[in-house]
Write a protein that binds this ligand. Structure first.
Ligand SMILES: O=C(O)CCC(=O)C(=O)O
Length: 304
């Protein structure tokens, strides 16, 4: 049975000033014990309005005017007539996208959730256009990241709603607490690429299916072993989501891959997003080219 959940907001802006001032940004503790244990128990945490209305507007307008999201997008065929569009880049640079990926509010939260310094692993814009937007099969991100030489699943993503993400336009679905399964086998099963469908079917009998409906600016933090998927977008509304992914310092990959090894991340204060305004990608951003990606087939849906 599906449900939509809502957890208490983290109010960074309501944090008393003396407390903010006394905290080193690297060790800032903004999550409550209950939020931390929610993440540990359920594998995810939803923070409503992590980005305020003005920031969410900046994000949405920038996303829709950023030419790279047109020019650099790859169409991933879902095998059921839909097309998922994905733009992926490794660097968190001096632009709006970098300001979001390096924002204290995301990075400090990740560091608290994973108990270590984190670095930017990559970011991506997941685009589901109205009526044609494709589905994603059940998978764990660590199902793929494992192949990049990361020993531990101590990795996670911040999934930020650019448009409203609803059941109708194909919001993310998760199996609550499925991160506790550990890494499930991933590969090609019949016509599907993703997590072993037999395991997923059994997991779905004992774990709750949650539709993660989000308003613009709401953010879902989730563990790399959390099983997730999404439906096609059969509605008239677009469903764009920005996903910033992080690895922990202690999990520095033992071999090179198409995503970076540990590179210290320079965090930015909360004001940076508004200051950066609609500063779009700088020249030289390293967009993902699936044709040059050794761990995935060109354009096949094997990348997360
Ligand atoms: O955007 C979605 O619905 C899912 C995206 C996803 O799972 C991924 O990029 O790994």
């Amino acid at each position: 049975m599906g449900s939509t959940i809502s957890l208490r907001r983290i109010r960074f802006d309501k944090c008393p000033l003396p407390l903010q001032a006394s905290l080193n940004p690297l060790v800032m503790t903004a999550l409550t014990d209950s939020q931390l244990s929610t993440f540990q128990e359920e594998g995810y945490l939803i923070v409503r309005s992590l980005f305020d209305i003005e920031e969410a507007d900046i994000l949405r307008q920038a996303a829709k005017t950023e030419s790279a999201f047109e020019e650099k997008a790859y169409n991933l065929d879902d095998g059921e007539g839909g097309q998922q569009r994905l733009v992926l880049w490794n660097s968190a640079g001096e632009d709006l996208w970098g300001a979001i990926a390096r924002s204290n509010r995301i990075v400090n939260t990740m560091e608290q959730l994973f108990g270590d310094e984190v670095y930017h692993y990559h970011s991506k814009m997941s685009i589901k256009q109205p009526r044609t937007g494709g589905a994603w099969a059940w998978h764990q991100d660590y199902g793929y990241w494992y192949q990049n030489g990361c020993l531990y699943p101590d990795m996670g993503s911040a999934f930020i709603a650019v448009d409203p993400n609803t059941k109708e336009n194909g919001c993310l679905q998760v199996l609550r607490a499925s991160h506790k399964l550990g890494r499930v086998e991933h590969g090609r099963f019949g016509d599907q690429t993703g997590a072993d469908p037999e395991r997923v079917k059994e997991a779905a009998k004992v774990m709750e299916l949650v539709y993660v409906e989000l308003d613009p600016g709401d953010t879902l933090f989730f563990h790399s072993n959390l099983l997730h998927r999404s439906d096609q977008n059969t509605s008239d509304q677009p469903r764009w989501s920005l996903i910033c992914c992080y690895n922990t310092k202690h999990n520095n990959p033992y071999k090179d891959s198409h995503h970076p090894s540990y590179t210290p991340l320079v965090k930015l204060p909360e004001s940076a997003i508004k200051e950066m305004g609609e500063k779009l990608f700088s020249n030289g951003t390293d967009f993902w080219n699936p044709k040059k990606d050794p761990t995935t087939g060109a354009g096949k849906k094997t990348e997360a």
